[in-house]
Every structure is written in structure tokens, then in C-alpha cells.
Design a protein around this ligand. Structure first.
Ligand code: ASP
Length: 351
């Protein structure tokens, strides 16, 4: 439902509430946090009324802990933003932190040619708690979503995560801390903006649309037949074969060591080759939180490349997953998906 027009003036923002800690409170019956009615969030943040912009809200029903996020939510978000795109100058999505990196990543691919900001935020402490980080996160996210340059164009026409004074590209962000206010990091790309006394925008890094006049394309078909194989010492041939060669999957993200390395053992490479021969899309992403895959440095990486594994460069796993869901939803041809994977589509990789 659309509710609560706070103030009519220049900019207009749609605040979309999906759930998460930011809007939770303790249910004494079970002594656990549960989502509550969004109208209470607005009551908790009267500062929002002081913005010279109109803020409307949309509340998902049911509200969810983000551990329950499914692709259906992403499709609903894309549909909602598409249907309201002309009415608002920016969108702020309140979302649980646990899977925010996944949601921001996949939305960055689903919303192509954005001319307006889509800013995810949430909090580590519920907004009603005295030391909450939710207020600052929400207030600054709204300010960023409403910010325009001298020509009236959005300053940040991208899908982003704003958290603890830092604005990060959504498809570069990962949750790295479960109890610190600095819950997210973008290790392979500097912040798009940092909030201090003023919000300082890193304008050289912020992506701009090819045309400000064209409406974005909203891609709403996702193919989720993807698995993730995390390499670890002691992994067995049975486990590797089960994941790489499963008839249920079209693609597997292989989380490798360091610069994209995996065991050089004959059994491992032969299973990788078997999966590649089945036509599987195999994508190499490093387990390291920073840095890139380079399959030309070590023999162990080279053999993966020769076996037909695609380079994920410095992609996060969240971004690799979203990119695969999106590209596989667009194309049925795995060879085409593989070639598109190596392109930088939304600023998600550095090449
Ligand atoms: N479990 C919560 C969620 O992801 C945590 C949070 O919002 O920070 O919905």
C-alpha cells in the first residue's frame, strides 16, 4: 500500500519497506525480534518530515527477515519501481542486512539504464532502540536518493547500499560484520560517497546512463539454476561431482583460492572438464574478500581456464550470482551467457 505523504515540494522519494532489523521490535511472547508496522518507523524518524521533498512509503506484506528473501521479492521490487518510476526522483529500499548484498547486486542487473537512485539501507539495531544506526542510515539514504546536480539530474543514478556513512555500489558490496555498525564493505571499489558534515560524492566513479531521456529497461525474468562450490582442503570427488555435474544446474560459481586457484589433482580437473563438456557455465570467483581472479599466473588457475572456466575477475559472489540469474533469464544459450559474463555490465567488475 502507498501511504503517508509527508511534505510536497521539489523532489519525491518512494520509501519501500521489505522488512529487516530496522523495523523490528521485540515480541515478548517469543523473546525474539519480529517485524512491525512501517508507520511506526516514520513516527520514530520525525526528521524525515524536515526534508524539502515528498516521501511516500510502500510496505511489503508480509514483512520479512531478509534470510527469507527469494527471487520473487526482487521481481516485485523491479515491478514496483517500474510502475512508479515516473512519479519519483529516487527510491530507498529498507531491507534486512543479511541478504542485502544479494538483493542490491541482482537489482543492479535487473534495472538497466537507471536515471534515478535506488538506495538500499537497513540497520544493525532496530530504529526504536536509543543507539540505533537506523536513523542516520535512513535519513542519509533519503538525502542521497533526492540529490541532484545543477542540471536536475540525479547525482547517483545507480543501485547502491548506504550503510554507516558510506555509499557503496550495490553489486560491489558484501556484508562483512554481523554485529558492528560498519556491516558492509566494498573492497574492490572505493565508496561512491562518504557522509561526514557534508555528503562528499566521488563523482568520477558514479555511473551515468547513456541517455537521461530514455526509460530504463526492467528485466524481470531470472533463471536461478545456479550452485556455488566453495573450495576447501579435503573436499572430496563425490562432493565436487555432485555440485558441478548436477542436472539441476546450468551454472556453478567456483569460489577458488587466492587469484583463482584450485587443486591441480587429476580427479578435480577431470570433473571440471566433465561439467564443461556437459555445457555448464563455470565461473571462477575468489574466496578472498579483496582482489581479483587471474587465471594466467599459476598453473592451477591456468588449468581451470583451459578446462573452460569463465573469469569472474574481482566480482563478489553476490554479484556473480545476480549476474548469472539475470543473464540466464535473458539467454537460453550458455555460450552467449559465458561471453556476457566476462563483460562489465553495471560496474560490477574491474578489467
Ligand atoms: N536478520 C535480519 C535481516 O536480514 C538482520 C538485519 O536486518 O540486519 O532481515
Amino acid at each position: 500500500m502507498i501511504a503517508d505523504t509527508l511534505k510536497k515540494d521539489k523532489s519525491s522519494i518512494l520509501l519501500i519497506y521489505t522488512g529487516g532489523t530496522i523495523g523490528m521490535k521485540e515480541d515478548p511472547a517469543v523473546q525474539a525480534l519480529r517485524p512491525f508496522d512501517f508507520s511506526q518507523i516514520l513516527a520514530e524518524v520525525p526528521e524525515l518530515a524536515k526534508f524539502a521533498c515528498r516521501i511516500d512509503s510502500y510496505t511489503f506484506d508480509p514483512l520479512i527477515d531478509s534470510s527469507d528473501v527469494e527471487p520473487a521479492l526482487w521481481i516485485s521490487l523491479a515491478k514496483l519501481i517500474e510502475s512508479r518510476y515516473e512519479e519519483y526522483d529516487g527510491f530507498v529500499i529498507l531491507h534486512g542486512t543479511d541478504t542485502m548484498g544479494y538483493s542490491a547486486s541482482v537489482l543492479s542487473f535487473m534495472l538497466e539504464g537507471l536515471t534515478k537512485p535506488v538506495i538500499f539501507t537497513g540497520s544493525q539495531l532496530p530504529i526504536g532502540v536509543p543507539r540505533t544506526d537506523g536513523k542516520e542510515n535512513l535519513i542519509s539514504a533519503v538525502e542521497i536518493a533526492a540529490a541532484k546536480d545543477g542540471e536536475g539530474h540525479a547525482l547517483v543514478p545507480e543501485v547502491c547500499i548506504y550503510f554507516d556513512n558510506v555509499l557503496m555500489r550495490g553489486n560491489r558490496s558484501t556484508k562483512i560484520n554481523s554485529d558492528n555498525f560498519r556491516a558492509f564493505r566494498s573492497e574492490n571499489l572505493p565508496p561512491l560517497a562518504e557522509a561526514g558534515i557534508n555528503i562528499r560524492y566521488n563523482t568520477g566513479l558514479i555511473r551515468k546512463p547513456d541517455s537521461w531521456d530514455l526509460k530504463p529497461t526492467f528485466h524481470k525474468r531470472l533463471d536461478t539454476r545456479v550452485s556455488i562450490l566453495k573450495m576447501h582442503p579435503g573436499i572430496t570427488p563425490d562432493v565436487v561431482r555432485h555440485i558441478l555435474c548436477s542436472p539441476e544446474t546450468r551454472a556453478v560459481i567456483i569460489e577458488t583460492y587466492g587469484a583463482g586457484n584450485a587443486p591441480s589433482k587429476e580427479w578435480f580437473l577431470s570433473i571440471v572438464k566433465e561439467a564443461a563438456a556437459m555445457g555448464k557455465i563455470l565461473m571462477n570467483v575468489t574466496q578472498c574478500i579483496a582482489g581479483s581472479v587471474n587465471m594466467d599466473i599459476y598453473a592451477t588457475g591456468k588449468s581451470l581456464k583451459e578446462a573452460g572456466v569463465t573469469n569472474g575477475y574481482d566480482s563478489t559472489t553476490e554479484s556473480a550470482l545476480g549476474k548469472l540469474f539475470y543473464l540466464m533469464g535473458l539467454f537460453s544459450d550458455n555460450v552467449l551467457v559465458k561471453s556476457m559474463l566476462e563483460l562489465d555490465l553495471r560496474g560490477e567488475i574491474s578489467k
